[in-house]
Design a protein around this ligand. Structure first.
Ligand code: SF4
Ligand code: SF4
Length: 386
């Protein structure tokens, strides 16, 4: 569903987000059985329809329909589920939640039961980035493009199947006045009365509609990007604004400012243009001279704490301290001896030229462009002003 050009892009490997050996769970107190799946992903109808062909996901989707967790657009958080999530983030419980968990997570194995059909957020989220902030910006933009495509295709499929999306949005908005009654405060499930309103003539035939959306998208698989760019995405703004009433006042500051915007959404191709520039920037070889940042330090790995021991194959670590938005922050990354040596080589100013690239390729096992783009992305190597 994305442009063909995506297949030609070199994407960061994101080697630090080692999900089945999750660093947040090992070193930062996140639950090893939940990790970053402590949210309710918005999964569009057609992905659920496609996932019905997999026995493990089929079982879960049938249960979700039965318990009232799905809408015609797909798996969309109810107002109470949203409030539970914001309460968690407000209490710094993301990754530690007792209540909010994606229903597709297989807790014992840590595997995702929706993997091949997981949504744009799940497939573009990495908690750490090889290219630092640059990588974060690139993946966020990718996520936005894919989210728009998912929403557009979900609505396109519904309209094609005779489910009028405009009328559906009106029905959702009609629930704004009784927002307190559309979902269960404890479980977060949509109430049967609300489900009857939103599913309309497909109430009781939910699986049929999801399957048909999946089939339709599969049938048009070679033209999805084009289709997604012709659709005006509709939203139920009145309903969305009313949902805020369910969120406890003290956690409303957790709501993204974007949530309150009610303008038109940009077509995915507009965001894609910006994403291409971010991608170029990701791998761009810096010009001029670079030197090792005064905010960073290279230390021997003392192998004393759990993290140091876990990376015992790395002889060194980079420690980075900085200040952003009036907050101090720091991070560290364990690195092998060859990278430590290459970084230390920038203790004095080095001009980027062919000789430097050749020298780097002798010192590190990475390609010079990978080495330079990653460490400048993380701001450990900076443009030298000296
Ligand atoms: S992306 Fe999630 S599961 Fe993977 S390493 Fe990061 S926090 Fe852990
Ligand atoms: S769909 Fe999969 S990856 Fe996404 S939150 Fe659920 S279990 Fe995690």
């Amino acid at each position: 569903m994305m442009p063909v050009a995506l297949t030609e892009m070199t994407l960061p490997q994101e080697r630090r987000a080692t999900c089945l050996n999750c660093p947040r769970a090992r070193f930062e107190g996140w639950r090893p059985d939940y990790r970053c799946c402590t949210y309710h992903p918005r999964v569009p109808n057609f992905l659920l329809g496609l996932a019905l062909s997999e026995p493990a996901s089929e079982k879960i989707i049938k249960r979700l329909v039965h318990e009232g967790f799905l809408l015609p657009e797909g798996m969309i958080s109810s107002p109470n589920q949203w409030a539970h999530y914001l309460t968690d983030t407000g209490e710094d419980r993301f990754g530690r939640s007792e209540k909010v968990l994606c229903p597709f997570l297989e807790q014992k194995s840590g595997l995702c039961n929706l993997y091949a059909f997981r949504n744009s957020v799940c497939s573009t989220f990495f908690c750490q980035h090889d290219h630092g902030d640059k990588g974060d910006r690139f993946w966020s933009s990718m996520q936005t493009v894919a989210q728009q495509v998912e929403m557009a295709l979900g609505q396109w499929a519904l309209n094609q199947l005779g489910f009028d999306v405009k009328a559906y949005m009106k029905r959702l908005n009609s629930l704004a006045k009784k927002i307190e009654k559309v979902s269960d405060p404890e479980t977060g499930a949509w109430t049967p009365a609300a489900l009857k309103v939103v599913w309309g003539k497909f109430y009781g035939r939910e699986l049929e509609l999801l399957t048909a959306c999946g089939d339709l998208v599969r049938k048009h698989r070679d033209e999805l990007w084009k289709i997604a760019n012709t659709i005006d995405i509709l939203e139920a703004h009145q309903f969305d604004r009313a949902s805020v009433r369910i969120v406890p006042k003290k956690y409303r500051s957790e709501i993204d400012a974007e949530y309150f915007e009610s303008g038109d959404t940009s077509p995915p191709r507009d965001i894609w243009r910006g994403l291409k520039a971010l991608h170029k920037n990701l791998w761009a070889l810096p010009a001029g001279s670079l030197s090792f940042s005064p905010r960073a330090k290279i230390l021997a790995n003392p192998k004393e704490d759990d993290e140091g021991k876990a990376f015992s194959n790395c002889s060194h670590m980079v420690e980075f301290r900085a200040r952003r938005n009036s907050h101090d922050y720091e991070w560290r990354e364990y690195i092998p001896a060859d990278q430590a040596m290459a970084l230390l080589w920038f203790s004095r100013k080095r001009k980027i030229n062919d000789a430097l690239l050749e020298r780097l390729s002798e010192i590190t096992k990475q390609t010079p462009s990978q080495f330079l783009s990653e460490w400048t992305g993380k701001k450990v190597l900076t443009k030298s002003l000296r």
